[in-house]
Design a protein around this ligand. Structure first.
Ligand code: ZN
Length: 292
C-alpha cells in the first residue's frame, strides 16, 4: 500500500469540494489556481463549472499548470419517459465525452439516473426496472462512441437512498454486473468510480473490489460518513471526521491493483462550504496524509 504520509502527490480535488467558499459560489479558474498554489496535481471538475468559465480556457489553464484530471463529472441520467428524451440523453452524453476528451480526462464519471422527473419531485413513471433497462441501453449506446474516441466510462454506484432520483445502480456488484455484460473482455473502456460515501456500508465491498480489479477501478472518491447525517446529498464529512475505515478500504482498492488518485469529494452545505477555500484545501491535504 502506498505511503501517503509524506506528501500529497496522489491527492486529487473534486472541485465541488470548494465550489462554495464562505457560502459563495467560486468560479473554476479560481479553484484551479488555489489547487495549483498548494501543489495539488489533479482535479475532477464538473461540467457546469467548466461551461461557466469556458472549455478551452480551462483546458489551457490546466496545461499551463501541468495539472491532470482524475475524472470528469459527469455523464449519465439516461432514463427518460419517451424516445425523444432518451435520444436527448445520449446526445448530451456524447457532448460530455467530447468535453472529457478535450480536458484529457482519464474517464467520464456516470451518475446513471433513475426515475425521470424524480429529481424535481415529480416522477414521470415508477418502474425502477424500466429505469435500469434504460440505463443499461444508454451505457451500451454511449460506450460505442466512447470506445471510438478512447474515453473510458466509469459507472458510479450511488447509495440506495438516491435510487429514486439520481442513480438506480446502487451497489458495486450491480455496477460490475453491467460492466461484465457490456464489456466482457475487460477492455478498460468501461469500469467504476468507487466513492466511499456511497459504498462504505456494503457487506460485499471487499469481495467486489477484488472482483473489479485494476481494469475496472477507474476512480476512487473519498470523504467520510457523518453521524448523524443531516442531508442525503450535501452533508459529507471531511476524511477522519466520520465512521468510514478509510485506510482499510484503500488497502482493498490498492490490493486490487488501483494506483490512481485519491479524489476528495465533499458536498457540505452546512460546514465546509461555509469555510474559506484555503482552510478546506489545507485540511484536505492534512487528512490525506494522516487518515486516507
Ligand atoms: Zn463521487
Amino acid at each position: 500500500m502506498r505511503d501517503f504520509s509524506q506528501d500529497h502527490r496522489w491527492l486529487s480535488l473534486n472541485t465541488a469540494t470548494i465550489r462554495k467558499q464562505r457560502g459563495v459560489e467560486v468560479p473554476l479558474d479560481r479553484i484551479v489556481d488555489q489547487c495549483a498554489e498548494r501543489g495539488i496535481r489533479a482535479i475532477s471538475p464538473w461540467r457546469d463549472q467548466v461551461a461557466a468559465v469556458g472549455l478551452e480556457r480551462i483546458a489551457g489553464q490546466l496545461k499551463a499548470h501541468d495539472m491532470r484530471l482524475s475524472g470528469y463529472c459527469r455523464g449519465g441520467f439516461f432514463p427518460a419517459p419517451d424516445a425523444a428524451g432518451l435520444k436527448a440523453a445520449l446526445d448530451d452524453n456524447r457532448r460530455a465525452i467530447d468535453e472529457a476528451k478535450t480536458l484529457d480526462a482519464p474517464c467520464l464519471v456516470l451518475v446513471v439516473g433513475a426515475l425521470p422527473g424524480a429529481l424535481d419531485g415529480r416522477a414521470l413513471y415508477k418502474d425502477i426496472g424500466r429505469a435500469r433497462g434504460e440505463v443499461r441501453d444508454g451505457i451500451a449506446a454511449s460506450l460505442d462512441y466512447a470506445r471510438e474516441v478512447g474515453m473510458p466510462l466509469a459507472i458510479e454506484p450511488l447509495h440506495p437512498m438516491q435510487a429514486a432520483d439520481r442513480a438506480c445502480v446502487n451497489t458495486l456488484e450491480h455496477a460490475l454486473d453491467l460492466c461484465d455484460e457490456l464489456d466482457p473482455s475487460r477492455s478498460g473502456a468501461l469500469g467504476v468510480a468507487l466513492d466511499i460515501y456511497h459504498v462504505w456500508w456494503d457487506p460485499k465491498l471487499e469481495a467486489q473490489i477484488a472482483r473489479a480489479g485494476k481494469e475496472r477501478l477507474l476512480a476512487y472518491h473519498v470523504c467520510d460518513w457523518r453521524t448523524p447525517t443531516r442531508d442525503l446529498l450535501s452533508d459529507r464529512a471531511m476524511m477522519g471526521d466520520g465512521v468510514v475505515e478509510l485506510r482499510k478500504i484503500r488497502g482493498w482498492v490498492e490490493a486490487a491493483g488501483f494506483e490512481g488518485y485519491s479524489e476528495v469529494e465533499i458536498f457540505s452545505t452546512l460546514d465546509w462550504w461555509q469555510r474559506s477555500g484555503e482552510e478546506t484545501l489545507d485540511t484536505c491535504i492534512e487528512r490525506h496524509r494522516s487518515v486516507v
